[in-house]
Design a protein around this ligand. Structure first.
Ligand code: RIB
Ligand code: CA
Length: 341
């Protein structure tokens, strides 16, 4: 009897130690990350959140694409975010200036002529890295350790699509792609059914979907549940640092259009939810489902057809995030912005 109790206690102790070490290992493992982005107000908030989280995220590079505004301005704004976060060791590569097929569209009505509402912009000290973002993706992903690099996709998916078309073998280096994009339950924000990033380049999104990489979508279904409020923005402003002043000024301006259009009490910070998912996935919930993308001209152009109830029984190719803890998100964002100057 005594022997049995002894072994049982030893077993419980080793299970407890195993749990502690595996949690620590998970928490300790840094994620190699490339952020592909079209800054853009919410992109800049996402970049600051990511750049303020070096313990969890090893940001290999920022790659820029045309989307909210033209490529020269999205690239300048990415360099600005890097400068504001005092992380100028992170290279910024400029990428595609237009979508794969469709004529370019922009969102200056939402993000302003400079792509950054509510704040003054300037030419950052540090320039772009040499070379194009698409070639950087090809060179980096083809040489990377197997399935080691995560891509946070915050704008139209043109750069990655071009890299996949030229060098399909680069999937070997991709751990997963986390996309801000798409809409199902929420409805669209650029048409009744389409979300801007997908609408801006649905052909690119189809190339990425067809590549078979591990895909998570952070659609309007969840970003429209993670909304600002006066109190949440004032808390960021109350950090009394430059980052807090920048983000509160940007958000105060950026959310106005959505609040009016949707009659919401606050506005979404779309792209920052992608970074929050990488930092604290427990804040979100979703389901592995089949997603198809409509790139036919017509009312469904750019729509993500999300088979949430598995009606068609098709292969489940996307983890679709549908809910999020809004207060937990803003707690995380505020706590990380407090780290910046
Ligand atoms: O629909 C919202 C998305 O489109 C965000 O990524 C925003 O920055 C724009 O790119
Ligand atoms: Ca964006």
């Amino acid at each position: 009897m005594h022997l049995c109790r002894h072994f049982l206690l030893r077993l419980i102790r080793s299970i407890a130690l195993l749990a502690i070490f595996s949690t620590a290992a998970h928490a300790a493992e840094k994620r190699d990350l490339i952020i592909d982005t079209d800054p853009g107000a919410d992109d800049v908030v996402a970049l600051l959140l990511a750049l303020a989280s070096p313990e969890e995220l090893h940001i290999r590079a920022i790659t820029t694409v045309a989307g909210n505004v033209r490529i020269d301005k999205t690239s300048r704004n990415a360099r600005l975010a890097r400068e504001w976060a005092a992380r100028e060791e992170v290279p910024v590569y400029a990428g595609a200036g237009r979508p794969l097929v469709r004529p370019p569209i922009y969102a200056e009505n939402i993000h302003g002529k400079e792509g950054l509402p509510g704040v003054d912009v300037h030419e950052p000290k540090k320039g772009l890295a040499d070379g194009n973002a698409v070639q950087y993706l090809i060179d980096t992903l083809s040489k990377a350790e197997p399935h080691s690099i995560t891509i946070a996709m915050l704008g139209p998916q043109t750069n990655l699509a071009l890299a996949l078309i030229q060098a399909p073998e680069i999937t070997q280096g991709i751990k997963e792609v986390v996309v801000m994009g798409g809409a199902h339950f929420n409805g669209g924000n650029i048409t009744p059914v389409a979300e801007f990033n997908l609408y801006a380049d649905p052909d690119a999104a189809k190339v990425v979907l067809a590549s078979g990489v591990k895909l998570t979508y952070v659609p309007l279904d969840v970003t429209h549940k993670v909304l600002t409020s006066d109190q949440r923005i004032q808390r960021i402003e109350g950090l009394n640092n430059h980052a807090g002043k920048l983000v509160s000024s940007i958000l105060n301006e950026y959310v106005k259009a959505d609040m009016v259009h949707y009659g919401l009490p606050g506005g979404p910070v779309h792209d920052a939810s992608v970074i929050a998912w990488l930092l604290k996935p427990e804040l979100f919930s979703g389901r592995l489902i089949n997603v198809a993308i409509d790139s036919r001209e017509g009312p469904g152009f750019g729509q993500t057809v999300a088979d949430w109830y598995d009606t068609l029984g098709q292969p489940k190719n996307v983890f679709w995030i549908e809910n999020g803890d809004a207060q937990g998100f803003f707690d995380l964002l505020t706590q990380r912005l407090a780290r910046l100057k």
